[in-house]
Design a protein around this ligand. Structure first.
Ligand SMILES: Nc1ncnc2c1ncn2[C@@H]1O[C@H](COP(=O)(O)OP(=O)(O)OP(=O)(O)O)[C@@H](O)[C@H]1O
Ligand SMILES: [Mg+2]
Length: 236
């Protein structure tokens, strides 16, 4: 059974018809990429899972529960966390403050959880008291991922987590995402780069103009230059 299932999502921004019947699924423990060029509906698809965009038609099922249109906080409580695009940090807050998010349970659990996420992101450990504005782009991305992990999600959604980072920081994000998957967390992330995405994902969906036009496993898609050229803008 799929952990996450999107069935025939249709979504609009005002009169703009943006998602035109998106269906996809993630099995438990899988890492899945949502690939597509700019403006094809990746962010809208991810936002629809957490009701930041409410689809006009279609169904979202998570762990057997129909969560379509639920309030975002209730969806978070079910075990879904989102890392939005653009590394949204609070510049004036320290790293430690970012991690002090309400996680349910006792405060002692929260401190334990902070120690746990610092094992995944050791580079944040020596920066705990640093203001987030003083972190490098890569460290800021680590911080927002660490923050999302505080709630012990079973599904982690990430919107272009490797975008705009140095090659070294991209490698670090890849390493962290693999580690998070190895912990048993299911991953669904948007990316414009097939090559980068497959360092993490085992399978991918390709979206164009709000429709899933292709889906395949890593080897098949990496071997299909025609699809890459046509839908992902790969030259050659
Ligand atoms: N708030 C909005 N209001 C109106 N139109 C929007 C809004 N957000 C996105 N769109 C439009 O919806 C379409 C899909 O956008 P979306 O952000 O989902 O694409 P994307 O694949 O994430 O692209 P990108 O690579 O730019 O992140 C685009 O045509 C975009 O212009
Ligand atoms: Mg986007």
């Amino acid at each position: 059974m799929a952990l996450l299932q999107l069935e025939g999502l249709h979504a609009y921004y005002g009169a703009a018809y943006v998602l035109q019947g998106v269906s996809l699924e993630c099995a438990e423990g899988e890492a899945v990429a949502l690939l597509g060029r700019n403006g094809q509906g990746k962010t809208t698809t991810i936002k629809s899972i957490v009701s930041m965009v409410v689809p006009r038609q279609g169904r979202i099922t998570f762990a057997g529960t129909n969560i379509t249109g639920w309030p975002s906080h209730a969806i978070a409580r079910q075990g879904i966390a989102l890392v939005p695009e653009g590394r949204r940090i609070f510049p004036a807050l320290s790293v430690h403050d970012h991690l002090r998010v309400p996680v349910g349970g006792a405060l002692v659990d929260r401190e334990e959880r902070i120690q746990f996420v610092l094992k995944v992101f050791p580079e944040l450990k020596e920066k705990l008291k640093t203001g987030a504005a003083g972190l490098s782009g890569g460290q800021q991305q680590m911080l927002v991922i660490a923050r999302a992990l505080m709630t012990r999600p079973t599904l982690l959604l990430l919107d272009e987590p490797m975008e705009g980072l140095s090659p070294k920081a991209v490698r670090r994000v890849i390493e962290a995402l693999r580690m998070i998957q190895a912990m048993g967390v299911t991953l669904l992330f948007a990316s414009t780069s097939c090559e980068r995405a497959f360092f993490v994902a085992g399978r991918a969906y390709v979206i164009e103009k709000g429709r899933i036009v292709y889906h395949a496993g890593r080897e098949e898609l990496l071997g299909n230059l025609e699809v890459q050229r046509h839908y992902l803008g790969v030259r050659g």
